[in-house]
Design a protein around this ligand. Sequence first.
Ligand SMILES: [Zn+2]
Length: 234
Amino acid sequence: MSPTNIIVITRRQLLSFCLLMTLIFSLVIWSSSRKVWPTVGGAQTGKAPVILDAGHGGVDSGANSREVKEKEITLDVVLRIRKYLEKKGLPVELTRDSDVDLGGELTRGRHRRDLEARLKIINKGQIAVSIHVNTANAASEQGALILYACNSEKGKKLAETILQELQKVQKLNHPKPIPRSNIFLLRVSEVPTVLVELGFISNPEEKAKLMQPEFRQKCAEAIGKGILNYFNIT
Ligand SMILES: [Zn+2]
């Protein structure tokens, strides 16, 4: 008979082994369910590259005309930008993808709660672009505007790369991005954030353009191209 090797495992060792295996198993499950974002702009931060914010929504229509509401234009353009960027391989997250506001019940402070909910999502990204449509008392006022936080160099760069492309498809109201210190989302955002005003709904010609799917698509692609340029993606 050959000698038999007997391995004695104590109850404590068995328990430790089981615990270790559970830990390894949980780690494997956790890492496979976690989104892994591509490296963009030279830095892998584990954050979604782009957050797109469709201005207004739900009870808040934004700038209104009889035929069309700001919240409808902003959502449509944001969905078009998302489609464009995802086709180019750049993942996108949205603050909203339907006609809702994020402020909860219709009580005092709803607007502030809406902005804070957007901000929470924006801060999960690497950059954020908020899309809006303008309105003015003077019907002659027209063209796109891009705003950024006055103390943000990266915000300025993002605003410039978007403006460079947007001016190819839409008139500009102002030839350069405008630094601002009094816009909540720009002021308190922790990531480079810009606000794009696509044009004036109060100008009859621009309102007609903003209602055209073709024009919205052109604007969306220009903004998407600007975002790709910011990340040096060709
Ligand atoms: Zn707006």
